[in-house]
Design a protein around this ligand. Structure first.
Ligand code: V0D
Length: 251
């Protein structure tokens, strides 16, 4: 026992406050950027820009807390229906984010990954994402997983098609299809499932995000709009997660 004390003392305060039951995988629906801007008489894109800076803060907070995977819903398949000017602005954010924060992401050993249908993104957006993944591919710290042009039902339908193809070609028996095989056809095939889902801005629904993967996930909602979300609230979510786990951990 005595050997553990000096080790514990060296740990950061933020970690000693929430010493165990850190969720391995946290997923976040970053909602409320447009509303944040409207409340200030600003254009919606100002909210998205502000929201991008919050992404950086939460990545750092997640890294320090010991989270392994952080999945952020950055652009849904439904978001194409927004005004073209807004979509065009959003598509510039990956490049903007990398321009400002890539050196810091590399320094913090963050590995950038994505889920979603990247082929439909504009070339310049795709280029920035490929560059970011390339520059961080050998990092082994936090996996920062952006959901881009992601829709859960689409993901599930594509998995069904790919599995059917394997059956048609005689590579797979219908009887052998199980949950593990099904999961291996999803974008998240190499990832653990989210332990905690956070959604900001007061909406209490999943909105076509990770429907299969969230089957056993703890859900945490706040009325705070994404641009006002911060490290303190993130830690509150981790503490609440910890408390829930401890409560039914005993049985
Ligand atoms: C707007 C709030 C970072 C939510 C955050 C293309 C919506 C800011 C990225 C990003 C967006 C994506 C890929 C990558 C690096 C950064 C981002 C989009 C929107 C949609 F490799 N923020 N961010 N992408 N917003």
């Amino acid at each position: 026992m005595s050997i553990r004390w000096p080790f514990l003392k060296r740990k950061k305060k933020s970690i000693t406050e929430i010493p165990d039951n850190i969720p391995n995988h946290v997923a976040i629906i970053m909602d409320g950027n447009g509303r944040w801007a409207k409340q200030r008489g600003l254009p919606r894109i100002a909210g998205h820009k502000e929201g991008m800076d919050v992404v950086r803060d939460i990545v750092i907070a997640a890294t320090e807390a010991g989270v392994k995977v952080l999945t952020l819903y950055a652009f849904s398949t439904e978001n194409w229906r927004r005004p073209k000017s807004e979509v065009d602005f959003l598509m510039k954010l990956p490049k903007e984010f990398m321009h400002i924060y890539l050196p810091e992401m590399i320094e913090k050993n963050v590995k950038i990954e994505t889920i979603g249908e990247l082929t439909q993104l504009p070339d310049h957006t795709l280029k920035a994402i490929v560059h970011a993944k390339e520059k961080t591919k050998s990092n082994d710290g936090l996996i920062l997983n952006f959901a881009l042009n992601y829709g859960s039902r689409h993901e599930i339908v594509e998995a069904v098609k790919a599995i059917s193809t394997q059956v048609n070609q005689g590579n797979l028996e219908i009887e052998n299809i199980d949950e593990d095989i099904f999961s291996s056809y999803l974008y998240t095939k190499n990832m653990c499932e989210p332990d905690l889902l956070i959604r900001t801005s007061g909406e209490i629904r999943l909105s076509n995000f990770l429907l299969w993967q969230l089957a056993y996930t703890e859900l945490w909602f706040t009325d705070v709009l994404w641009p006002d979300f911060n490290e303190e609230l993130f830690k509150k979510a981790l503490v609440d997660y910890h408390t829930r786990k401890r409560r039914y951990g005993g049985i």
